[in-house]
Design a protein around this ligand. Structure first.
Ligand code: ADP
Length: 446
């Protein structure tokens, strides 16, 4: 096992990894930018190393500085968390070249699954259902128009290297497709350094269902069943739950097996999530694979009892997966609410500043993954998520009631947060009945 691990991330996920390392007897070294210098979670690491100023490009995304920190601290491995460098195959390769273990997939496996066009190709070969659309990247307007005519409108243009809900455009007819395709390619080039775009069928009424998978370096992979993440705003997840309500057992097993098959086919080790959209008839189409631990991993941990972060560290150290597929069982229901420092009354504008009131909830079945304490100042530089509130109970109904109770206890100020929105959603009868799709929240907020 590793002696010392560097955490190339910040906030709640840095703390999540610090906690896993502590329980595993591994020393943790956490990097930070000057904007995070006062963050209290840094004191929970064995060592903290400043890697530069607030802008992520000069710190959390700066590979030479992170590698220097890793060499100075003499670590065996780097945990990238999510976001930042976590899905950069070039970073995984540099770690390998420097003889530092990257806690995640090999650069080869990341290349096969992390790029959306490559991923669809790998999925087709592994007989995982994908959306109808272009075989690879589309080169020009005419090619795009030809494919769109075949699959029928609406279609969606996506950047092969896209992520975080960015770089997508829905087109309802040929005229908009023709004008959008070149703009989309230019935008993708500017935003992701890769101008490749592709098109696929746009599903109007869909649920977002994803499957958590774990692979090891010995060719095994198991799935930890599915999550529903249909509650989204601007393609960003707001609430996640496990299991996904109302899915036919056979369909669910089929999609979970397909996800594990894909991970095995890519010789993937570590935690991955295979994302699907599900239509009204419970047909699944793969969207993409996230080649890292995800924000919403706790709901799966709560229902399976499997620690995804620790298992990811173990397999990176070369251990075989400690579980077989038949050992994985789902117990009860878990829900996660993302708590963002945003003002829901003013179009979710960011609400940075010092938190003077922080009264977190507690009690049975409540888990709060957050790096915030009273007096913590939310820096304006990064993502607005300040924590994740997770509950677990025997049934979905009880989990919703428990979440409503926990949200009622949760008091944060004077910054604005998404807590009041979550309180409203827990009372929403359509949501309580499980009748949601990916546009539910946007319709509600209109
Ligand atoms: P990203 O990598 O930016 O998160 P995804 O491909 O995972 O992009 O898509 C994010 C969200 O965009 C999905 O959860 C869904 O709401 C919407 N979306 C993506 N592709 C489609 C599609 N073909 N039809 C309908 N909605 C889609």
């Amino acid at each position: 096992m590793f002696k010392r691990v560097l955490i190339a991330n910040r906030g709640e996920i840095a703390l999540r990894v610090i906690r896993a390392c502590r329980e595993m007897g591994i020393e943790s070294v956490c990097v930070y930018s000057t904007a995070d210098a006062a963050a209290p979670y840094l004191r929970l690491a064995d060592r903290a190393v400043c890697i530069g100023p607030g802008p992520a490009r000069e710190s959390y995304l700066n590979i030479p500085r992170i590698i220097s920190a890793a060499e100075i601290a003499d670590v065996d491995a780097i945990h990238p968390g999510y976001g930042f460098l976590s899905e950069r195959a070039d970073f995984a390769q540099i770690c390998r070249d420097c003889k530092i273990e990257f806690i995640g997939p090999s650069p080869e496996a990341m290349g096969k699954l992390g790029d959306k066009v490559e991923c669809k190709r790998t999925a087709r070969a592994a007989k995982v259902p994908v959306f109808p659309g272009s075989e690879g990247a589309v080169e020009d307007e005419d090619a795009a128009a030809k494919i769109a005519a075949e699959i029928g409108y609406p279609v969606i243009i996506k950047a092969s290297a896209g992520g975080g809900g960015r770089g997508m455009r829905v087109c309802h007819n040929e005229a908009t497709l023709r004008t959008s395709i070149r703009q989309a390619a230019q935008e993708a080039q500017a935003a992701f350094g890769n101008g490749a775009v592709f098109i696929e069928k746009f599903l109007e009424h869909a649920r977002h269902v994803e499957v958590q998978v774990l692979g090891d370096k010995h060719g095994s992979a198991v799935h930890l069943y599915e999550r529903d993440c249909s509650m989204q705003r601007r393609h960003q997840k707001v609430i996640e739950e496990a299991p996904a309500p109302g899915i036919d057992r056979r369909k669910r097993d089929a999609v979970c097996d397909a996800a594990a098959r894909l991970i095995r086919a890519a010789h993937y080790s570590g935690a991955a999530t295979v994302e699907f959209l599900m239509d009204d008839r419970q047909n699944f189409y793969m969207l993409e694979v996230n080649t890292r631990v995800q924000v919403e991993h706790p709901v799966t941990e709560m229902v399976t009892g499997i620690d995804i972060v620790k298992t990811g560290i173990r397999v990176a150290a070369g251990e075989p997966l400690p579980i077989r597929q038949r050992d994985v069982a789902v117990h009860g229901h878990a829900i996660e609410c993302r708590i963002n420092a945003e003002d829901p009354d003013h179009n979710f504008r960011p609400s940075a500043g010092t938190i003077t009131t922080w009264e977190p909830p507690g009690g049975p079945g409540v888990r709060l993954d957050s790096h915030v304490v009273t007096g913590y100042t939310v820096p304006p530089n990064y993502d607005s998520m300040i924590g994740k509130l997770i509950v677990h109970a025997d049934t979905r109904e009880q989990a919703l009631t428990r979440m409503a109770r926990a949200l009622r206890e949760f008091n944060v100020g004077p910054i604005r947060t998404t807590i009041p929105l979550h309180r409203l959603l827990m009372e929403n009868s359509a949501f309580r009945q499980g009748g949601i799709d990916i546009h539910f929240l946007e319709r509600l907020l209109k």
